[in-house]
Design a protein around this ligand. Structure first.
Ligand code: FAD
Ligand code: FES
Ligand code: FES
Length: 1343
């Protein structure tokens, strides 16, 4: 209880606590029991009814606004309830999504307006609603995507721009992208392009490749590039479009909605304390330092924690509010917001990371704060905008305190300048301490109140800080470092006093490099011998602890960061070629060009236009499965997953889970109903192969489903799933790496027959040159932003209706029927849209829908399942990893004569998903007359690999390009010359034995070489590399031939014309997962029937209208769905023809009405049934990427990429270019940063989440991002002259890895290593640094 809020009971006796006057049981105020300052209740211990009068008003609820509406919440929620859960479960915001629930994906952003004490006014922030506690929202004014506009009432300008610029493909991330920009415009109505790029670090978009999102947002910038139509918005326009009073379109008569009521609300924020008592925990919100200290004293021995932003929970789930009995919210303690500049800088503990950045940003040029610039640049890259807005620096330090191995950036910065902390204990005693001593203190019952930063009176302070991670934005550091030296530049940079040298990510206990600090004191840093000595000392004293990131890389990185610092501050000592080592990589904002042709005579076909659903996606009104309210009584299911990878079940005990209020059931394999089978692989697709839905005993991989918890909400079900106790027996050390599997000869039996073309062995034996090598690539997680989901509703006649996030309705139908033991016709499956699929929802959703249907079928109730990212990554298969050894026979020019390869696909525990045959794409664009490819399919204790956007082709093309590079290096020839020597020409037979027609490869490559100014740029790069030892550049150009196979593309299309108004509805068998299939289908239908597009709608795909349709995938579904529509239109036109002939130039509506009168059937159905087993056609394209690497750290960036893509006559170039861009960026992730890491003991994925698995973010994009579609490239074998897109574009991202490799080659040459090396994918900075072969003896001034 609040000590200053003493209460009086009805006998007017003053008591320090709410204690029952009869039994003395400690009592806490409950919601609703405090009214008008009088607390009245019945003692829960003895039943005595008693009253207290509160001397100060204590609120037992939290009050806030969402989109202008007031909400009051109390102990009907637990203190661990997040704002995201509240918004979504109460149906207040469906546009605010949830996916990772740890701050890492950014789909949950909302804008909050809250009183900022340092500014003494309301401030607007975007925040991650999945981290913000519901009770923390007390006094806040929250705006969700629904609050700013929608298609019905009018779109907000940001929603409009995002839609217009094709920034929404699947649309799952779109509301968050909008809210992020909304937050930026609120704080900075006239931002710069740079502001936009800096701000967009919170939300991952897996579809678009970000360029269209950034373009849309840059239209609001004062320096918007000329090709973007600048949007002039005044401040009022930035407010919500919807009137929060009337719910209608804003008329502009009242004041701005946001902020209009906020001054008043700040009263609430600073109003009296809050005390909410829940069943398992209590929430306290003091409003003064005295109250806070008393609470700390009172609860110091309890299981308590302080809460500010609650973002620490995103890093370490164990600090979830759910694990504490007492939570103390410090947000309203105004004393903790203080800022002072005289005599030292003091900053209160409640200042956010954003506030901290603002302070340092403003003081960048202040000579007394020589760390201002370094700190502001550093803080910009801590976490993400949403997190920095909410999190306080004190919380960050406490994470370091609690988890000493946490490479806290804040700790590093503060310690580098010798800051001191001001800490209070519960008795009000102030303790002033250094940061290192703080780590050793007992912090029970204490609070960090402030930090003191020194100011400097001299000009000779050189402070630099560094942070290097797998990705630039929102990424924890491999290693971070800070250096603070006082130097005398005139005396060869003499170190005037003991310097500060700090490293994070090396050791949890040793942060200072003390020996090196000592060594350098008094020495001349500009002296080469000092540098040498310092490096030797540092090398000796750095002992990296084992950790998630490779220890030797972390050590190498730490050493190179120190060297970087020395080069930077003593740059005059360095030779010109060495100076660049002192600098980082400099990014400029992304500039993208899109170049394509159209055929106006065929409009609307070929007309560039955004997705027709774009407005619904960007405004968040388009619903995904987890957004559906579902029928009353709907339950939530969460799978219980195995934590070992090889063994069998011993016992399962769900008792503890079932005791949790809200948990309804636990289901296991034996609960599968009679008649049903424990197999989620549809018989019709997988030929009786079995993969158990729920393990009946055997465990094949960590993440395998063992049971299902069903509860009345997702959070309860998730928490309960953790409490199911499972023991295992016969546990074996799993095989989780390719090399281990090869070593242990762990192969699946019956590998596919070798591919034999010609006589490779003889050709190689006779060839002038033999090149031998090996190459490897890892897995890739799909990272669909909408994770696997299903909603199952039992029908009243024993069947099951399923809404599934699947790419393959038919497979879900079969799985559900076979698991439940019912007829397939009793099941209906439908899908309206997916929040991304990328192949991961071809087969893997059968499992999720099967589990969900089982729960629903057994309980007879509607059940929803929506996996979080952790379960999604652990449970479902990913892109396969591969290894290949090869021998190439070639002539002097590099012409391929024969290739013999041994291919080792890592298939996981079974071959059910397929054999991992890459060979159809292994030739890429090159003719080789003789092939011998043998297979050994690796058996590992992992989930079975599955399709992932451009499966097979991506690794195959990467392997082929690597082989070509190897040949070029072996022969000492230019790699482009070797490529050109081998390019296919018409009449040659491909690896799939197709005789090439219409092959334009040579022309395409020649044009691309000219377009990109390749030759000159290559020469420029060579010069650059010659002049720079520590920065290197590389340029890689690759051709691409990509076979598109239609085989198996059976899609059923229904076209219905309504007689009353002539409007048309189409239900096609494809699934719109972002690629824009529905828009194209409408364009084509309008063209074929010669009616306006506005008359046509696309209905959801379902097993009722589109039975037996194939999976959507392989980039072919859009064109085949269009083909289905064309055929339907032809049938319809034929049926209507006689009626039309009997009329005189009828309008469409008249014709339809007449046909109806004449009883013409205007419902048409057609199933595509391509018979060609080989490729239908080929796409011939080329891409060039330029890379720049920091040799010292292994970091890279991409100044430019260009693609010349063969899309035939694109049906909608705007959408197709979006697919190409998005595919390319997903491929960059695959080739560079996305890596799955397994625990070799347990077989669990160590990075199943957003913390260490890093798909690209906007600052990973090439800075010049140019896409060009070939003109006049009609495809005679395609639909309306078009070709497929996305998958081929993805495979060309190999060029990014090769460009990095070329840069590394230059660095290696400087290091005296000219031998060939294979750069496996992903080429992480760690690998790049390692291959540059730098050693500390090379770390000199270069003179
Ligand atoms: C996605 C993501 C990315 C991140 N990336 C980085 C990164 O790159 N680098 C980095 O350094 N950090 C990173 N972080 C960590 C982040 O900076 C911290 O989570 C944040 O600063 C914690 O502040 P908070 O206000 O949210 O604290 P809370 O989560 O509310 O609290 C965290 C801990 O601090 C304690 N605490 C809070 N205030 C006080 C106080 N005044 N006195 C004493 N104890 C207190 C609490 O009791 C609790 O134990 C990241 C976090 C997330 C979620
Ligand atoms: S759900 Fe909030 S960041 Fe992922
Ligand atoms: S549009 Fe961004 S995730 Fe699909």
């Amino acid at each position: 209880m609040f000590p200053n809020n003493n209460c009086t009971n009805n006998s007017a006796q003053t008591r320090p606590n709410l204690t029952c006057p009869v039994c003395s049981a400690s009592h806490l105020p409950l919601k609703g029991s405090l009214a008008n300052g009088v607390y009245a209740c019945t003692c829960e211990n003895c039943g005595h009814f008693f009253k207290f009068k509160a001397l100060q008003d204590i609120r037992t609820t939290a009050t806030f606004k969402v989109n202008g509406k007031d909400y009051t919440v109390g102990n009907e929620f637990t203190p661990s309830t997040t704002l995201n859960t509240f918004l979504r479960s109460k149906g207040i915001s469906k546009g605010t999504k949830g996916m990772c629930y740890e701050g890492g994906c950014g789909v949950c952003l909302v804008a909050v307006t809250l009183y900022a004490p340092i500014r003494m006014k309301q401030i607007h922030y975007t925040v991650n609603s999945c981290l913000l506690e519901l009770f923390s929202c007390d006094g806040m004014d929250i705006t969700t995507i629904e609050g700013i506009g929608d298609p019905k009432h009018g779109l907000h300008p940001i929603q409009e721009q995002l839609a217009k610029h094709d920034g929404a493909q699947c649309g799952y991330c779109s509301p968050s992208q909008v809210m992020n920009m909304y937050g930026l415009l609120k704080v900075k109505p006239k931002p710069t392009v740079q502001d936009v790029e800096d701000y967009f670090d919170s939300t991952v978009c897996r579809c678009t490749g970000y360029r269209p999102i950034l373009d849309a947002m840059k239209t609001f910038c004062k320096d918007a590039p000329p090709h973007l139509e600048k949007v002039q918005v005044d401040i009022e326009d930035l407010d919500a479009k919807l009137c929060k009073k009337t719910g209608n379109l804003c008329t502009g008569h009242c004041h701005s909605n946001i902020g209009a009521h906020t001054n008043k609300d700040s009263d609430n924020q600073t109003a009296g304390p809050v005390h909410i008592v829940g069943a398992s925990a209590q929430w306290l919100k003091p409003t003064s330092m005295d109250q806070l200290l008393s609470l700390l004293k009172q609860h110091s021995q309890d299981n308590y924690r302080l809460v500010f932003g609650n973002t620490g929970f995103g890093v370490y789930p164990k600090y979830s509010a759910a694990n504490y009995d007492v939570l103390i919210d410090t947000r309203n303690v105004m004393d903790l917001y203080g800022i002072d500049f005289d005599p030292v800088i003091v900053m209160g503990a409640n200042l956010s990371l954003h506030n901290l950045w603002e302070l340092f940003d403003r003081t960048q040029t202040d000579p007394s704060i020589p760390y201002g610039h370094a700190f502001s640049e550093h803080i910009k890259y801590i976490a993400s905008t949403g997190v920095r807005n909410m999190a306080c620096w004190a919380g960050n330090l406490m994470l370091k305190y609690l988890q000493p191995d946490f490479p806290s950036d804040i700790f590093l910065l503060f310690e580098s300048i010798g800051s001191s902390l001001v800490i209070y204990d519960g008795d009000g005693n102030m303790i002033k301490t250094s940061l290192t001593d703080f780590l050793k203190m007992d912090m029970k019952g204490k609070v960090i109140a402030a930090v003191e930063f020194p100011t400097y009176g001299t000009q000779d302070i050189y402070i630099r800080t560094y942070k290097r991670g797998l990705r630039l934005q929102q990424c924890v550091a491999y290693v971070n470092a800070a250096f603070n030296f006082q130097l005398d530049a005139k005396t060869n940079y003499t170190v005037k006093k003991k310097p500060t040298i700090l490293f994070g990510g090396i050791s949890s206990t040793k942060i200072h490099a003390e020996a090196t600090e000592q060594y350098l004191t008094g020495k001349a840093l500009g002296d080469p011998l000092t540098l040498k000595g310092a490096l030797a000392t540092l090398e000796k004293e750095l002992v990296p602890e084992p950790g998630y990131f490779n220890a030797s890389y972390r050590k190498a990185l730490a050493l190179s960061l120190f060297y970087k610092y020395v080069l930077d501050v003593c740059k005059v000592k360095a030779s010109p070629a060495y100076v660049s080592g002192g600098l980082g990589l400099t990014r400029t904002p992304v500039v993208g060009t899109q170049d394509y042709g159209t055929k106006p005579e065929e409009f609307p076909v070929s007309k560039p236009m955004p997705k027709l659903s774009a407005n619904y996606l960007t405004s968040g009104t388009a619903q995904f499965i987890d957004d559906l309210a579902g029928p009353p009584g709907m339950l939530f299911a969460v799978p219980v997953l195995s934590t070992i990878a090889s063994g069998s079940l011993d016992s399962i005990d769900p008792t503890q889970a079932l005791e949790i209020p809200g948990v309804v059931a636990f289901l296991k394999a034996s609960d599968i109903p009679a008649g049903g089978v424990n197999n989620w692989r549809p018989k019709g697709i997988y030929n009786n192969a079995v993969e158990e839905l729920l393990s009946s005993g055997p465990i094949n991989y960590a993440g395998q489903p063992i049971g299902i918890i069903v509860a009345d909400n997702r959070e309860t079900a998730t928490a309960a799933a953790e409490k199911v106790k499972i023991t295992y027996k016969d546990v074996k050390t799993p095989i989780v790496t390719i090399q281990d599997a090869i070593k242990k000869q762990s192969f699946h039996p019956d590998p596919p027959k070798p591919l034999v073309i010609g006589d490779a062995k003889a050709a190689i034996a006779a060839a002038p040159h033999n090149v031998l090598g090996q190459i490897e690539c890892g897995e890739q997680y799909h990272f669909h932003m909408e994770t696997q989901s299903a909603l199952c509703i039992p029908t009243d006649e024993g069947g099951m209706d399923v809404i599934a996030s699947t790419q393959w309705l038919d497979g879900v139908l079969e799985t559900v029927a076979q698991v439940l033991g019912i007829e397939q016709s009793q099941v209906t499956v439908e899908t309206k849209r997916l929040g991304g699929g990328f192949g991961g929802k071809i087969s893997q959703n059968f499992l999720i829908s099967g589990l969900c249907a089982l729960a629903s079928g057994v309980l007879g109730l509607p059940v929803k399942m929506h996996l979080d990212i952790h379960a999604n990554m652990k449970m479902c298969g990913m892109r396969n990893a591969y290894f290949m050894t090869y021998t190439i026979g070639c002539d002097d020019s590099g012409k391929l004569l024969g290739i013999e390869a041994d291919l080792f696909p890592d298939l996981g525990f079974s071959t059910i998903e397929g054999g991992g045959d890459l060979t159809p794409w292994l030739d890429n664009a090159y003719y080789c007359p003789n092939w011998l490819v043998s297979f050994q399919q690796l058996k590992t204790n992992k989930a079975m690999g599955t399709a992932c956007r451009a499966p097979g082709s991506t690794p195959a093309i990467f392997f082929m390009e690597s082989m070509i590079e190897h040949v070029a290096r072996y022969l000492g020839k230019d790699e482009l010359a070797v490529r050109q020597a081998n390019l296919y020409v018409n009449g040659q037979k491909t690896i799939t034995q197709r005789v090439l027609q219409y092959c334009t490869l040579k022309d395409v490559v020649a044009k691309h070489v000219t377009d990109t100014n390749y030759t000159q740029r290559k020469a420029d790069i060579e010069l650059f590399n010659k002049n720079n030892r520590w920065k290197k550049r590389g340029l890689a150009l690759m051709p691409n031939m990509f076979g598109i196979s239609w085989f198996g593309g059976m899609y059923t299309t229904q076209l219905m014309v309504y007689h009353g108004d002539g409007s048309v509805a189409i239900a096609h068998g494809g699934i719109d997962m972002g690629q824009g299939i529905n828009t194209k289908v409408i364009q084509v239908c309008a063209y074929e029937l010669n009616i306006p597009m506005e008359k046509i709608r696309v209905k959801k795909s379902s097993t009722v209208n589109n039975a037996n349709s194939a999976t959507s995938g392989g980039s072919i579904t859009s064109e085949l769905a269009c083909k289905g529509v064309i055929e339907c239109c032809k049938i319809l036109t034929k049926r209507m023809a006689p009626v039309k002939e009997s009329m005189q130039s009828p309008t469409w509506e008249e014709l339809v009405a007449k046909c109806y009168e004449e009883q013409i059937d205007m419902t048409v159905s057609y199933m595509t049934h391509p018979a060609n087993e080989n490729y239908q056609y080929m796409c011939f394209s080329a891409a060039t990427v330029e890379a720049e690497i920091d040799v010292l750290t292994g970091q890279y960036q991409f100044p430019q990429m260009d693609m010349l893509y063969d899309c035939g006559d694109s049906m909608n170039p705007e959408l197709d270019i979006g697919q190409a861009e998005g595919g390319f960026i997903m491929g960059m992730g695959y080739h560079l940063t996305e890596q799955i890491v397994y625990d070799e003991e347990t077989g669990q994925i160590l990075n199943a989440g957003t913390w260490n698995y890093k798909p690209p973010l906007p600052k990973d994009l090439p800075m010049k991002f140019n896409f060009k579609f070939q003109r006049n490239a009609t495809n005679p074998l395609g639909v309306l002259g078009s070709k497929a897109v996305a998958e081929p574009a993805l495979t060309m991202s190999t060029a990014a890895l090769l460009a990095v490799k070329h840069a590394v080659e230059s660095a290696r040459a400087d290091a005296g290593q000219k031998d060939f090396f294979a750069l496996n994918a992903p080429a992480t900075p760690e690998k790049v640094q390692r291959f540059c072969k730098t050693t500390i003896d090379q770390y000199t001034f270069g003179k």
